[in-house]
Ligand binder design. Structure first.
Ligand SMILES: *Cc1c(COP(=O)(O)O)cnc(C)c1O
Length: 452
């Protein structure tokens, strides 16, 4: 399936021409004007990958105030899987806006929240009885997953992994591995958070999944102890940490060990969830069934929503009133989520993510054969990255990575970088992008590599 144009919305929005079009330098004068205002009004810590002034987006493009149309290979960090202003989402949110905007679910509930919970319980891995609770952001959901695991196990310690990213709130900063820009100077961090080694096939010297899991488990048992350990939390494919796909068997061994030791296994699928990797959830590729799964980003077509879904006995442990939040599971976000999930299903977007993956992996592997600075090509579905290195030593090459990303941005292609060493370019296109735009975007990246 190739979607060439964004369908016009029933609310009358025009379809955006699906093309890369540069009419000014990037950023153009209007974008620069906005950035000047921004510098005077917005805290400097709120940075930008690409300092443009967005006025519209849809399909596979983002349009700025200067009339430039950029190819979107980032989806606002894996959020707009169904595309921007997806027609079903627009209609559902508009209807909800006209009915009511807020009551607070914990004051006077509404059906949308319950329907989203039912959907999550049905779609997430495992056919055990489940419950869900809704929140606003990924970090907030991660915090709640850990609250719940602690309450259920009556234990306190939590283990996260090398290269992990779990958010920017205090507890989730502590869980996150990378110092700059996420942690430096923002401490002290929450206690009882420990770190274990990951499986990182490209840099692991040949450790297989079971061996890497044994290494992590030994460290956890010696340094933390299962009698103190409430939960381990891990991204099935690490996002900000560098799109690291652990060796096969690593996750399964951790789940097995957690189940045997009264430790709650939490999968942070905030970035990997909702069709992105060519499955509803990345856990499915490894055949694992997490006790608790955290979702956000791709869940609601861009509206702020996150969720914790897990085994009923774990989720039901917390006392009434112990979970919630004023805006948590907002009726607008719930309406968006239901329409988003329907869109993934009705438009075959899981299949489309796999097709996008073959285009990405095929093209990037071809580049790698000819260019030893591409040390690794990895990922699943529409979540793929290249790791750039010094070919002689294998050392991470962050300077090259930044040069290629900058080139792509100037040429009107939105790409994101990531990785603990800042040497990974990641591709997260909306699942509504056409093959033509995707290939054109990759051509620009290839040209950037050539010129760097
Ligand atoms: C983005 C992300 C988070 C944090 O989500 P926010 O909505 O930004 O708070 C947590 N975990 C993972 C894996 C993420 O990619």
């Amino acid at each position: 399936m190739t979607l060439v144009d964004t369908p016009a919305t029933t609310t009358g929005g025009p379809a955006l021409t699906q093309e890369r079009r540069l009419v000014t330098a990037i950023p153009g004068p209007r974008s620069q004007e906005l950035m000047a205002r921004k510098a005077q009004a917005v805290a400097a810590g709120v940075g930008h990958t690409l300092p443009i002034s967005v006025v519209a987006a849809g399909g596979g493009v983002v349009v700025d105030a200067d009339g430039n149309s950029l190819i979107d290979l980032g989806s606002g960090i894996a959020v707009t899987g169904v595309g921007n202003s997806a027609p079903r989402v627009v209609d559902a949110v508009a209807a909800q806006l006209n009915a009511f905007t807020h009551t607070c679910f914990t004051v006077s509930p509404y059906e949308g929240y319950v329907a989203v919970a039912e959907k999550l319980n049905e779609l997430t891995p495992g056919d055990h009885e489940k419950r869900s609770a809704l929140f606003n952001s990924g970090a907030e959901a991660v915090e709640n997953a850990i609250k719940i695991a602690r309450h259920y196990t009556k234990k306190q310690a939590v283990v996260a992994f090398d290269h992990a990213y779990h958010g920017r709130t205090n507890l989730t900063m502590g869980l996150t591995a990378k110092n700059i820009p996420y942690k430096s100077g923002f401490g002290p961090f929450a206690p009882e958070v420990y770190r274990a080694p990951l499986s990182y096939p490209f840099r692991d010297g040949g450790l297989d999944g079971r061996e890497a899991a044994a290494r992590a488990i030994l460290q956890i048992e010696k340094q933390v102890g299962v009698e103190n350990l409430a939960a381990i939390i891990i991204e099935p494919i690490q996002g900000e940490g560098g799109f690291i796909v652990p060796a096969q068997g690593f996750l399964a061994a951790l789940v097995e060990w957690a189940n045997a030791n009264g430790v709650v296994f939490i999968a942070d699928e905030v970035q990997t969830g909702f069709a992105r990797t060519g499955a509803w959830f990345a856990s499915e590729h490894e055949g694992i069934v997490p006790d608790v799964i955290v979702t956000a980003k791709g869940i609601a077509g861009g509206l702020p929503l996150s969720a914790v879904t897990g085994r009923a006995e774990i989720m039901d442990s917390a006392m009434a009133g112990g979970l919630g939040g004023t805006y948590a599971g907002s009726p607008l976000a719930c309406a968006a989520a239901l329409a988003t999930i329907e869109t993934y299903e009705a438009d075959g977007l899981i299949e489309r993510a796999k097709e996008i993956g073959s285009v990405l992996i095929g093209r990037l592997n071809a580049l790698r054969t000819a260019d030893p600075r591409i040390g690794d090509v990895r990922g699943r579905g529409a979540m793929v990255a290249i790791e750039l290195v010094d070919p002689a030593t294998g050392a991470p090459d962050a300077a090259l990575t930044n040069a290629v990303a900058k080139f792509a941005h100037a040429q009107g292609v939105i790409v994101l970088t990531c990785g603990t060493y800042g040497n990974v370019i990641r591709f997260l296109p909306p699942l509504t992008i056409s093959d033509e735009l995707l290939v054109e975007g990759l051509n620009v990246v290839a040209e950037g590599l050539k010129q760097a």
